[in-house]
Design a protein around this ligand. Structure first.
Ligand code: M6R
Length: 607
């Protein structure tokens, strides 16, 4: 997501900040800015677009000085623009921020009522106001002011703060977003990522949850948010610059698979309303009485997420749903119009086929909601409403964290609609909301089983083809598992509805065909287990994805990967993870270019 760099020392800060931000460019961003203190005040220079634009601006409006903060923003609250770019300044205080302030609406109201004037749409600016108020109210130092302001903020964040009233000090706080302090000789650095400051120092302190850090050019002091001292041992980084960009993982795809618990948690922030037992859609207020039908349109992995969305919306809101391939939609003169809510799902927000389908639907009078991972990308701008996933930039061509966050977005949509039209009871909604909140921990548990999947990838990776089977909402997961494997391992794979196997694909089965069967606990368990037995009876090799605690499945499958239990409707978020890892390890085992598989582009902007 966004990138953070801070510097305090005896050299000019701006070139160090820009060089650090350049190293974070690969993460994706839509605007950039710096705030540098000099001679009594800090100068903020910000620019929408690429870093080059900021550098050009800095030539005309130089920002000299030896203490500063820099940021690349990837929009979450407020569109990409000069005004919304960080740093945000209120009074004497400049702030950069990664993450999301969950209670931003309440804070904005409170600050506005107290007379604050805002110059952006961001949640970050609110934090600058909170600290400035503390400074004005006589906080003895910047650290105390930040501590008091933090007490008013909920959410996931990494902040770095600077004040004209205390030059020479940077104060940083971390809650769930990554942060590292780099130790130099008579100078120190702060960054969201090791990569940003690796050219300057290899001695780093990895900041932990709940750390409040005060950094000057000669000291680093760490406390918790209550002021109790904490000690962190510095580490010497031995990674190469390229390894550091990938967070120590071999490929971006593997890093992104491991990032999923975080990106799911980020996508849930501010969207669970426990008071009313419903889901919030960031102000998207759909009039459910006007929706007669929902049509999902999407391509590739987003299409598979939409198929899961069909199960979710039909189960929880009892609204009829259709799912269409965006690449086919407009070629059959679709019957669509008023009364239809078309949900266009696109990670990039730029897929040409999905964009054309949206135009077709809008042209025929349907209402369009975009679900996208990129704020202000073309599809959300074309749509009537937009709802964003917060997966952060996805670099690997094979989509992973974008997919699971799309599933979360669909679950939130289904809960919101179901609660509005009364088809989803308060009690069931409460159970689902609790299950959503518990997902990140369960996802961590699965992605940590990588070693087991690595062994299986070696065992099955030489096969010429794979079959993936699932029933109900596991059918789209079978399709997604097959797509992942095809895309990066170049092994032919088919995803099938398990019940369809006997209508054709059963002819493929012999001892050389690995069959991955999705059999989590639930209403389809017995039938899926019977399909599994049919495969085994024909000497097919079966890898089952089952629910932890299932003591039967080991007797009928060759290999089993267990996933934790969750609400039935949310099982796809967990069962897809072993399939992503399997595809990754098979491709890596074959020595393929995992992040940039042949013939594929990350964003398909041609029809
Ligand atoms: O950006 P989008 O979600 O619109 O992209 C759609 C597909 O091109 C994309 O999901 C593609 O299938 C990925 N390579 C899947 O891993």
């Amino acid at each position: 997501m966004c990138g953070i760099v801070g510097y305090v020392g005896s050299r000019q800060a701006t070139p160090i900040l820009i060089a650090g931000l350049r190293k974070l460019e690969y993460r994706g961003y839509d605007s950039a800015g710096v705030s540098v203190w000099n001679d009594g005040t800090s100068r903020v220079v910000r620019c929408r677009g690429k870093l080059q634009g900021l550098e050009d601006k800095l030539v005309k409006e130089p920002a000299p000085g030896m203490i500063g903060i820099g940021h690349t923003r990837w929009a979450t609250h407020g569109r990409p623009s000069d005004e919304n770019a960080h740093p945000h300044k209120a009074g004497s205080v400049s702030v950069i921020h990664n993450g999301i302030i969950e209670n931003h609406m309440a804070l904005r109201q409170e600050l506005a009522a107290a007379g604050a004037k805002f110059s952006s749409e961001t949640d970050t600016e609110l934090f600058a106001h909170l600290i400035d108020r503390q400074m004005q109210a006589g906080a003895p130092d910047l650290t105390t002011a930040v501590r008091k302001a933090l007490a008013k903020v909920t959410g996931a964040y990494a902040f770095v703060v600077m004040s004209d009233k205390e030059p020479g000090t940077l104060v940083a706080a971390k809650n769930s977003s990554p942060m590292v302090v780099g130790l130099g000789d008579g100078e120190n650095f702060i960054a969201s990522d090791v990569t940003a400051i690796l050219a300057e120092t290899r001695k780093m302190i990895f900041v932990d949850e709940g750390d409040l850090i005060t950094v000057t050019k000669s000291s680093v002091t760490i406390t918790d948010f209550d002021g109790k001292p904490r000690h962190r041992e510095p580490k010497t980084i031995t990674w190469s610059a390229v390894q550091a960009e990938k967070g120590g993982f071999k490929h971006y795809m593997l890093k992104e698979i491991h990032e999923q618990p975080r990106s799911v948690a980020d996508t849930l922030v501010g969207r669970i309303d426990l008071e009313n037992d419903t889901a919030l859609l960031d102000g998207v207020d759909l009039d459910v009485s006007k929706i007669k039908r929902i049509i999902f349109i999407a391509c590739g992995t987003s299409f598979h997420a939409s198929l899961v969305g069909e199960h979710l919306v039909e189960a929880l809101a009892r609204i009829p749903v259709e799912v269409d391939l965006a690449s086919e939609f407009r070629y059959r003169d679709p019957i669509v119009g008023p009364g239809d809510l078309v949900v266009a799902v696109s990670q990039s927000g730029e897929t040409a086929d999905t964009m054309s389908a949206v135009r077709e639907a809008k042209g025929k009078g349907a209402m369009v909601l975009a679900i996208s991972n990129v704020v202000e990308s073309s599809i959300p701008r074309l749509a009537d409403y937009a709802f964003y996933t917060h997966a952060g930039p996805e670099i690997g061509v094979a989509s992973t964290k974008a997919f699971t966050t799309q599933l979360i977005a669909m679950a939130l949509l289904a809960i919101n609609l179901g609660r509005k039209n009364g088809k989803l009871s308060r009690e069931r909604a409460r159970v689902l909301l609790a299950a959503l909140t518990a997902l990140p921990q369960k996802m961590t548990d699965i992605v940590e089983q990588g070693a087991q999947l690595q062994v299986l990838a070696r065992r099955y990776g030489a096969a010429k083809g794979f079959l993936f089977l699932g029933r109900g909402s596991q059918h789209p997961i079978a399709l997604e598992g097959a797509l992942k494997l095809k895309e990066i391992s170049y092994i032919h794979a088919e995803g099938y509805a398990a019940g369809e196997m006997k209508h054709g694909p059963i002819a493929l089965i012999d001892e050389n065909l690995p069959v991955v069967v999705l059999v989590p606990r639930g209403p389809h368990y017995d039938k899926a287990a019977s399909n599994l037995a049919e495969v085994r009876a024909r000497q097919g090799k079966v890898l089952a994805i089952a629910t932890r605690g299932d003591t039967e499945i080991g007797n009928i499958a060759d290999d089993v990967i267990m996933v934790p239990d969750t609400a039935l409707e949310l099982q796809p978020v967990l069962t897809v993870l072993p399939l992503q890892l399997l595809a990754y390890y098979v491709a890596d085992f074959k020595g393929n270019d995992v992040d940039q598989p042949r013939n594929l582009a990350k964003s398909v902007t041609v029809e």
